[in-house]
Design a protein around this ligand. Structure first.
Ligand SMILES: [Zn+2]
Ligand SMILES: [Zn+2]
Length: 257
């Protein structure tokens, strides 16, 4: 098995290094005014791109939107550094939801916290993954284009942004890209341990809800709710639960749906 996939060398390592450089430069220069850029990037990449675009729309088809919005969300999702839309959907639907917390669930904490947080990616080879669960997306040539040219798309956006403003690229893109991977690692790890958080529903997996982490992860940490009702776009179900991704969904959702 090829343990050191191109995704690790071309995306994970460089964005983690550059994201840390970005945090260091921001602190060294005391560019606190640029925190708005970091926040905007977090909303666009982690919120709109990954939580709304990749997860709620492309994986679970939980709302309808225009073709333009769908493609825009897919590009923003690419910047989350978690693979192409086809890869993310194939892994999430075909493995995580189909076989949660079994040996077929790549990022289950049953293999250890470090594995579910990040190291599972090092164990993954492209040839391991079946794309059957992402078949519904292959009719869209733009989604296929993003899959084939994923690395070029990611670094092309960074390059164009750097030519416009290196600070916006470093703070507004690379810091949120750095964080996106950690956001996903936190959910994969701490939202699949029955000993953490609470469960509203008796699902067949070990998913739980963590309200505070939900605020930092665009609702993704209301994870037991999501596993119980994967096709609902609002993961807040009971009590004081809050899903910050819902207003973002409403921005893109077609009025009639
Ligand atoms: Zn899960
Ligand atoms: Zn899901």
């Amino acid at each position: 098995m090829n343990r050191f996939t191109p995704h690790i060398t071309r995306i994970v390592i460089p964005t983690q290094v550059l994201g840390l450089v970005g945090i260091g430069v921001l602190i060294y220069n005391q560019d606190w005014v640029w925190l708005w850029g970091v926040f905007l990037g977090w909303v666009l990449i982690s919120g709109c791109g990954v939580a709304v675009g990749y997860h709620r729309l492309l994986c679970h088809n939980s709302f309808k939107c225009s073709t333009f919005s769908r493609r825009l969300l897919a590009v923003l999702g690419c910047l989350g550094c978690e693979g192409s839309p086809l890869f993310w959907v194939a892994l999430h639907n075909g493995y995580h939801h189909s076989h949660p917390d079994t040996e077929r669930d790549y990022h289950s904490p049953r293999f250890g916290w470090a594995s579910s947080y990040l190291l599972w990616q090092f164990k993954l080879s492209k040839t391991d993954v079946s794309f059957r669960a992402a078949r519904h997306l292959t009719k869209d040539p733009f989604i296929k284009f993003l899959h084939v040219h994923y690395y070029k798309v990611v670094w092309g956006v960074v390059l164009v942004m750097a030519l416009v403003s290196w600070k916006m690229a470093l703070y507004g893109l690379l810091i949120p890209m750095f964080w996106s991977l950690h956001q996903e690692g936190l959910v994969n790890t701490f939202c699949h341990l029955k000993s953490w958080g609470y469960r509203n529903y008796e699902t067949k997996d070990n998913s739980n809800n963590l309200k505070l982490l939900g605020l930092l992860t665009w609702g993704q940490a209301l994870h037991n709710n999501h596993h119980a009702f994967p096709n609902k776009y609002n993961y807040a179900m009971k009590g004081l639960e809050l899903d910050p991704a819902v207003p973002l969904v409403h921005l893109f959702k077609k009025r009639s749906s």
